[in-house]
Design a protein around this ligand. Structure first.
Ligand SMILES: N=c1c2ncn([C@@H]3O[C@H](COP(=O)(O)OP(=O)(O)OP(=O)(O)O)[C@@H](O)[C@H]3O)c2ncn1[C@@H]1O[C@H](COP(=O)(O)O)[C@@H](O)[C@H]1O
Length: 114
């Protein structure tokens, strides 16, 4: 079975933006505009959560849907994958702030606030 990288998925979405194709679902999303794309990202996020509660097959399917719609959102907003990689890179090696969280320390008093 062929595989597709996130980079290829992004490039595909970018190509659809630059070279609109009639009958393309990606093009349909761009035509509908940002609110439609955001609605799809919201729906697909919820479906990832529901899929994870069911089984890994559904989780994989819904995560793929979400990644596709996220790539369309990034393209629509003019955000590149490099922008995301830079942000992720800036976090590399940073100490997590987990130790500052009361719930992690087992502070039951604050659990209801989390
Ligand atoms: N990876 C995807 C991909 N993942 C999900 N989807 C579409 O996302 C939609 C999600 O399903 P839903 O039931 O939630 O949505 P829907 O009812 O079809 O549509 P809405 O009216 O809700 O918007 C389906 O129509 C899927 O076909 C995708 N559509 C396209 N791609 C990739 O993009 C390429 C280009 O596709 P086109 O732009 O259609 O040529 C394809 O070859 C694929 O590689």
């Amino acid at each position: 079975m062929p595989q597709q990288t996130i980079e290829e998925l992004y490039e595909q979405a970018l190509d659809r933006k630059q070279n609109p194709q009639t009958g393309s679902y990606t093009d349909y999303l761009y035509q509908k505009g940002l609110d439609k794309i955001l609605k799809k990202v919201g729906e697909e996020s919820t479906e990832v959560i529901l899929g994870a509660k069911n089984n890994n097959e559904e989780l994989i399917y819904e995560t793929s849907d979400l990644l596709f719609h996220l790539m369309v959102l990034l393209v629509e907003k003019g955000v590149s994958l490099d922008d995301i990689k830079d942000e992720l890179g800036s976090r590399l090696g940073k100490k997590s702030l987990l130790h500052e969280r009361a719930d992690w320390r087992g502070d039951k008093k604050n659990e209801k606030d989390s």
